[in-house]
Ligand binder design. Structure first.
Ligand SMILES: Cc1ncc(COP(=O)(O)O)c(C=O)c1O
Length: 347
């Protein structure tokens, strides 16, 4: 039985085209900026997201952490969505690596607004308060089920940040999903931030890799921090080649992932499963277990037994199914059949 792995878009394995590109990669010493493939990837990624420069890193977590460190001094305060990856899944990295005070903002569908930001910022004349220095937004938003920040809302938050002298970062691990899902070029979204994170190992299908992108001045700092954090590599072109290939070949395919998520949501909904149809904007489908009267863990186990992988979320009653390059139309049709049957047998 084939296991239909909808747990995460990190499940992708390199395609044969990507493996060919990896095999043919020209390489050099990346630490000396002599790896032509890394240099090429950095150039292309910077242009794609509307920034002067980009720095290649092993993971999006490292990209996020370096971004925060560039922007702050120890004791500064970071604002972000309470359920952001930065706050929930990076093991207190902002506090550990940058000495930041982490203040969560309440978010609806992964988003907060400029008014909330204005209210949250401490008055800098008050010497008993940390300096609210920076803000991060996550786009698409993982905990909110892959939802997109509309670009006009980003512009309003960016405007508030300028007024308040706040620095603005985007965890754009899934920025390309946001761009394809909204039809807004990534550079149009990216230009509001300095710096931002872009991940290659999620919907773009690379085995690893991410970039931090921003102004040349900030990227010079990012290159030093890359060494400090232990992320400066050697013949890294061997993996950067996968990134170049993905930027060429895989961005357009994200629309197929989104269509498959839509089809899965409709199929499950039609079969009576409690799916948030409205919430499907990119490659995530959220399934609420509460009306089923089953625990999240029971549902995960039942679906796994039936050959369908879904995963937990931070939400108390929601699970997620995520489409990606290794999930076909047939897989989706099968998952639409298998999941309701497997759950009907449990309730
Ligand atoms: C929104 C978001 N940011 C950052 C990351 C971190 O990516 P990585 O595991 O490659 O470090 C993830 C991983 O799932 C994510 O979903």
């Amino acid at each position: 039985m084939r296991f239909i792995d909808l747990r995460s878009d990190t499940a992708t394995r390199p395609t044969s085209g990507m493996r060919d590109a990896i095999a043919r990669a020209e390489v050099g010493d990346e630490q000396k900026r002599e790896d032509p493939t890394v240099n090429e990837l950095e150039r292309r990624a910077a242009t794609l997201v509307g920034q002067q420069e980009a720095v290649f890193l092993p993971t999006a977590t490292m990209a996020n952490q370096i971004a925060l460190r560039i922007l702050s001094e120890p004791g500064d305060e970071l604002l972000a969505d309470a359920w952001s990856h930065l706050f929930l899944n990076e093991l207190g990295g902002p506090a550990v690596h940058s000495g930041l005070v982490m203040r969560p903002l309440a978010a609806a569908a992964g988003r907060f607004d400029a008014g909330q930001v204005r209210e949250a910022v401490w008055d800098r004349r008050d010497t008993h308060r940390p300096i609210t220095r920076l803000l991060s937004i996550e786009n698409t938003n993982n905990s909110a089920g892959g939802r997109i920040w509309p670009v006009d809302e980003i512009a309003a938050v960016a405007e508030a940040c300028r007024e308040l002298d706040l620095r603005l970062h985007m965890d754009g691990a899934r920025l390309m999903n946001a761009s394809v899902g909204s039809g807004v070029p990534a550079a149009e979204i990216g230009r509001h931030f300095d710096p931002l994170t872009l991940c290659l190992s999620k919907g773009l299908g690379c085995p690893l890799g991410a970039l931090v992108a921003g102004s040349s001045e900030r990227m010079a700092k990012a290159r030093r921090l890359k060494h400090l954090f232990g992320g400066a590599m050697r013949q890294a072109g061997i993996v950067a080649a996968a990134g170049v290939y993905a930027l060429d070949q895989h961005i357009a395919l994200l629309a197929d992932d989104h269509a498959r998520a839509g089809r899965l949501a409709e199929g499950w909904h039609a079969a009576g499963l409690p799916v948030d149809l409205e919430g499907v904007q990119t490659n995530f489908v959220q399934l609420d277990v509460e009306p089923l009267g089953l625990s999240k863990w029971d549902v995960i186990a039942a679906l796994k037994e039936a050959g369908v992988g879904v995963s937990n979320t931070v939400h108390p009653t929601r699970l997620r199914a995520v489409t990606h390059l290794d999930v076909s139309d047939e897989d989706i049709e099968q998952a639409i059949e298998l999941a309701p049957e497997a759950l009907a047998a449990r309730v």
